[in-house]
Design a protein around this ligand. Structure first.
Ligand code: SAM
Length: 210
């Protein structure tokens, strides 16, 4: 938790209810320890979706389809594509997304993205944290001018701020890669990025029109 629990708890009391079927899916994901988008990130995303009204959305990291279905519930008209590579997750995602109108692409984003045609008005990057840097080149190509990329979990439960030696040895590669990725997205010409302590940290990247 990177934000004081008291504050997070208070903000949660202002949050909107989820549609019942999404509430059920969230509960199931919690029981089965499927990592899904956190409540404060949902509220933030709802705001962005309603403000920006993206017509096309690409999600990298479907898990069981919860966040994709959430986006669809907020913006039923949006054209949503989501990518997942792990069979155990795909089994559930196929069922959950069936009939939703959401396009599920099965495969590793490292290859899927290369073959994908954009542009997308919004990209939600929520896959393996150590791989974000690898996806950046394709995300730049796929993002529409004026489009937004949201990258979740960038603050690594706060450990991103520690020095390399302050993090567990096994977490050092992710720590190093995430820092390199954040450096890159905050310093790429033509893009504007802000990093916010929402959920486990979200980077919001805007592709400048100019
Ligand atoms: C945090 S979960 C996504 C949660 C989902 N966005 C939600 O909030 O409901 C990350 C997912 O990304 C998938 N993933 C990780 N690396 C991937 C890759 N290279 N290509 C496609 N999917 C990947 C994992 O299998 C996992 O299901």
């Amino acid at each position: 938790m990177i934000v004081n629990e008291l504050i997070t708890g208070y903000l949660a009391s202002l949050a909107h209810d989820l549609p019942p079927e999404l509430e059920k899916l969230k509960e199931k994901a919690g029981k089965e320890q499927v990592p899904i988008i956190r409540d404060d990130m949902l509220e933030f995303m709802r705001f962005l979706l309603l403000k920006e009204k993206p017509k096309t959305i690409l999600e990298i990291g479907t898990a069981v389809g919860f966040s994709a279905l959430f986006m669809k519930s907020v913006l039923p008209e949006a054209n949503i594509t989501t990518v997942e590579k792990v069979e155990m997750r795909l089994k559930e995602a196929r069922k959950n997304l069936d009939g939703s109108g959401i396009r599920l692409i099965e495969g590793g984003a490292e290859t899927v993205l290369r073959d994908l045609d954009g542009p997308f008005d919004m990209i939600f990057l929520d896959a393996a944290k150590g791989q974000y840097g690898k996806f950046w080149t394709e995300c730049k190509r796929l993002l529409n001018k004026g489009g937004l990329m949201l990258t979740d979990n960038v603050l690594l439960e706060g450990s991103i701020a520690k020095s390399r030696f302050g993090v567990e040895r096994r977490d050092r590669t992710i720590h190093e890669r995430m820092r390199a990725f954040l450096r890159e997205i905050t310093h790429t010409e033509g893009y504007v990025t802000v990093i916010l302590p929402v959920g486990d940290g979200v980077a919001l990247t805007y592709k400048n029109n100019t």
